[in-house]
Write a protein that binds this ligand. Structure first.
Ligand SMILES: [Fe+2]
Length: 493
């Protein structure tokens, strides 16, 4: 590949250049250009059969020699039947992707999770199941949460088993090589159908913790690296707050009880939420060794979707990072306008702030805001989860003329430094994950891997950055011959 990075990004791959390449830039809005490519590409349905394995083209750069594994991703990918659009982004059927990387080559494939919801809606050719933002059709029988499970939010690999995750029902087991659906995962006979949240936490040694949410009572899973359930317990969080994510240190689970409350959970679920800022953002801190050993902390009222990771200092102070909003977002609207191809810049004016929450051993928590406004999908180095650390990578860059983000930023909590690479208005940027370099000895010894939708070329791409040099731009980019819809979360295995 003899194209220079600049040449490639300006011309070879059709990017509208934004910011200054190679420098630390803060995201700046890009004015709408004549002939701006259609961002609605990111919200179009995938083919019903998914995507058969297809090699991607190395379009730029040199692939790191030690990069070998699979990037799995999940996201809603059935957005439309005929002229009817999905009512909420959270209700589209989950499409599970695998991008297998070996010897410098990348092969993409994807399959929809084969759920009852998907089978019946495909057969009928229309949306039927009730959901987060969907009332549903009376003809659709619902006996339990898994009957409406969209399996569309994230993925987890435990002991080689791939799981497609949703919020309010079981994980769906998939074949990690073929992506064939095996069915709902039962961790223990008496827990059949118990929800398994889409944001499990994995300790550096491989033990998995997760929550079961669906009201005031929250279940806690502790799962060994082998995939065996070691423990399951229940705690009471006091009110039916929306829990999408949570965090933990090496010793404690921290369940964030945001003041966005839904006491009835009837479909469409989102219509039942109330913003109750008088409660503040409460946090239940649970001892990993004794779930009955609990304490509460309180911060000002905020809404959130995603945390980074937490740690504990020697005096018991807990710190973690999270993207906080002053009001709920993705509520009743739920991305429905974007799914239809409509977008109103003014409606997107509530931007999240990457924030560090500091919980002292006693007393109220404080919020330390970073300068990063408009970021999401924070990620940390997997070997530092629950441990003291200073790096967080997240998507950033608010585009002026479309939804979605344009950039990734590495934020250093210790120095306050941040390094950004902005792809510009013609690429929609998704979550990036840390992949430890072989033989690495620090948080920065990692590759960052993520997906980007190149609107100008009309193709999806997989990009790799050096975590220590984000502002230098990608070290390599593979390009598919086609595009797939924007998704939510992934994992590296
Ligand atoms: Fe999420």
């Amino acid at each position: 590949m003899d194209l220079s990075r600049r040449h490639f990004l300006e011309a070879g791959c059709g990017v509208g250049l934004a910011g200054s390449l190679g420098a630390c830039v803060s995201a700046s809005p890009i004015p709408a250009a004549p002939g701006m490519p259609d961002w609605h590409l990111g919200y179009r349905s995938a083919p019903a059969g998914g995507f058969d394995p297809a090699p991607m083209t190395l379009a730029f750069g040199k692939v790191p020699a030690d990069l070998k594994g699979s990037l799995y991703r999940n996201g809603p990918a059935q957005m439309q039947y005929g002229d009817e659009y999905a009512s909420h982004w959270f209700d589209g059927d989950g499409l599970i992707h695998r991008i297998a990387i070996e010897d410098g080559r990348a092969v993409h494939q994807a399959r929809f999770a084969d759920t009852k919801k998907r089978r019946e809606e495909q057969a009928a050719g229309k949306f039927l199941a009730p959901g987060f933002g969907t009332l549903g059709d009376e003809s659709f029988s619902v006996e339990g949460p898994d009957d409406v499970n969209a399996a569309n939010t994230s993925v987890l690999v435990v002991n080689g088993e791939l799981l497609a995750l949703w919020e309010a029902g079981s994980a769906f087991a998939m074949d990690a090589a073929t992506l064939e659906t095996r069915g709902p995962k039962t961790w223990r006979d008496d827990l059949k159908g118990m929800p398994f949240l889409a944001h499990p936490k994995v300790e550096p040694d491989g033990r998995v913790w997760n929550l079961a949410v669906g009201g005031e009572r929250v279940g806690i899973y502790r799962i060994a690296k082998s995939g065996q359930l070691e423990d399951f317990g229940m705690v009471n969080i006091g009110r039916a707050a929306y829990i999408h994510d949570w965090t933990m240190t090496d010793r404690h689970l921290i369940i964030l009880v945001q003041p966005w409350v839904n006491e009835n959970l009837r479909p469409p679920v989102v219509a039942g939420f109330e913003w109750q800022p008088e409660h503040g953002l409460q946090m239940l801190i649970v001892d990993k060794d004794d779930f009955s050993n609990q304490r509460w902390a309180q911060a000002p009222a905020r809404m959130f979707f995603h945390t980074g990771s937490a740690w504990e200092e020697s005096d018991g102070t807990i710190k973690f990072d999270v993207v906080l909003y002053k009001r709920p977002i993705l509520g009743v609207g739920g991305g429905a306008a974007e799914i239809r191809g409509e977008w109103n810049a003014a409606a997107g004016d509530e931007h999240g702030v990457l924030t560090q929450v500091v919980i002292p051993p006693k007393g109220d928590a404080s919020l330390v805001e970073s300068a990063i406004v408009g970021g999401e999908f924070p990620q940390v180095h997997p070997q530092y989860r629950g441990q003291q650390r200073h790096l967080t990578v997240l998507t950033t860059g608010v585009a002026a003329n479309r939804p979605g983000t344009t950039a990734i930023t590495m934020h250093d909590w210790a120095s306050g430094d941040r390094a950004t690479f902005d792809f510009g208005a013609t690429r929609m940027v998704e979550e990036f994950l840390f992949v430890p370099k072989s033989g690495g000895s620090s948080e920065a010894d990692a590759w960052l891997i993520g997906t980007v939708l190149n609107l100008k070329a009309g193709t999806s791409e997989v990009c790799v950055f050096d975590a220590a040099h984000v502002s230098d731009g990608p070290v390599c980019i593979w390009q598919a011959d086609y595009s797939w819809p924007l998704g939510f979360h992934g994992t590296w295995a």
